[in-house]
Design a protein around this ligand. Structure first.
Ligand code: HEM
Length: 88
């Protein structure tokens, strides 16, 4: 109740790009994929292509239909913080 979801900036996301500390953003949600690496059917190397970045496009190019939201439920880190376009 009232628990605040943390917001991850792209800068913070980029810091988590090694196998033992890998985060990926998918449709605005950030996940820690390190525990999943060894189970990824497409291999660690493929999955690591999305580490530290918004991997949505890479993900969709290969398997748009895969239900990562339920698969990675326990790996949820927070929401990707997007910088709104400046209006002036
Ligand atoms: C295969 C899950 C991210 C590349 C698969 C499969 C699953 C899966 C379940 C098997 C699909 C099937 O056989 O129909 C995930 C999840 C991801 C993720 C939960 C979320 C982090 C990625 C990313 C890439 C990638 C970012 C590439 C940059 C691949 C490839 C295969 C594959 C190439 C095909 C393997 C093959 O057919 O031999 N993934 N994946 N995946 N994945 Fe991922």
């Amino acid at each position: 109740v009232g628990r605040k979801v943390i917001e991850v900036t792209p800068e913070e996301l980029a810091k988590h790009s090694t196998a033992d500390d890998a985060w990926i953003a998918l449709r605005g949600k950030v996940y820690n994929i390190s525990p999943y690496l060894e189970y990824h059917p497409g291999g660690e190397e493929e999955l690591m292509k999305g580490a530290g970045i918004d991997g949505t496009q890479l993900f969709d190019e290969v398997h748009k239909w895969v239900n990562y939201e339920s698969m990675l439920e326990k790996c949820f880190v927070g929401k990707l913080k997007t910088t709104p376009v400046q209006k002036r």
